[in-house]
Design a protein around this ligand. Sequence first.
Ligand code: NAP
Length: 351
Amino acid sequence: MHIYLCGATNPVMGLETADSLYDIVIIGSGPAGYTAGIYAARANLKTVIIAGVTPGGQLMLTGVVENFPGFPDGVQGPDLMENMRRQAESAGVEIVYDDAVDVDFTAYPRRIITSDRTFLAKTVIIATGASPKWLGLESERRLLGRGVSSCATCDGPLFKGARCAVVVGGGDSAMEYALFLSKLVEKVVVVHRRDKLRASKIMQDRVFSEPKIEFVWNSVVVDVLGSERVEGVKVRNRLTGEEWIIPCSAVFVAIGHAPNTEFLRGKLELDEEGYIKVNSSLETSVRGVFAAGDVHDKRYRQAITAAGFGCMAAMEAIRFIEEGYPERLEQEYRAGHPEVVSGPTDPSENF
Ligand code: NAP
């Protein structure tokens, strides 16, 4: 089979056509992905965002965002993402609501595969973000959606008026969840594995001044109880080994996130936790493939930093194209693959 490169058309395969060749393919639709899209399209580059079947990233699971500049009264996470999506679309970005399931970064142009299409890319920006981590208990999995949740702002209202909800974790997310839930339920119990919170000072001040929020320190949840719905959690003190039960209707797990890089294993360099390794230009171990946002950044992990990384990655991709790297990489790839031919501009010349 002949493989057609940039500008090629192949009317039979329906895959590797001129239509499927993009200057920039962005995988992921959080703040990093949409910002990259806005910058790429405004540079007049043919850009697609493979947004995923559940687009918008983690902010879709957030309530009010108070630290994104430009919104003095705060903004709802889903509203912020909808605005970014509209801005990307009006800048000229094509948005595809499907997941990238595989990539071929050994080929040039690079290939990104979804359930029913192959996208060819001169450059790629990976902005797939990160997903919530779980405790890893069988009971947690069994009762997911029946009282176990990773998103208090989404599922908390279902437990309005409940006697008690448990939050696991000591970071900003856990505190945000506890504060949100304290408006809905009679009592919130935060179970944290240490005796100090990781959360920011301002969040600590808020939770400590909310009388409905109690803390269980140095402890972990070892089981979620209930057959059809959550009825309580079994907790173990890590210092004394003592175990006891906290009756509750819901458990919100807020113990951090893992990068969404499963489909990239073996395709580019990841660190030991699965985050994408990048250089100072946000380029990965593969030429012309960049990463932006929580998928590579485990330090800042903010919507605003993700957006900033999206901007940087797009500017690097634009420079990569302007400096003629795609043509060089294409020549190199062609030299190593004699079966590759240039596609004729007139499809009828193919056969
Ligand atoms: P995080 O800061 O990584 O905190 C995770 C928490 O879960 C830590 O307290 C950690 O304990 C605990 N934990 C981790 N694995 C655990 C396990 N297996 N069992 C029990 N506990 C476990 O994650 P995050 O709270 O989701 O925040 C992520 C980033 O987003 C942070 O930079 C945060 O500032 C930001 N954020 C900001 C806001 C806001 O500004 N409004 C809201 C949400 C998130 P240790 O402390 O012992 O490690």
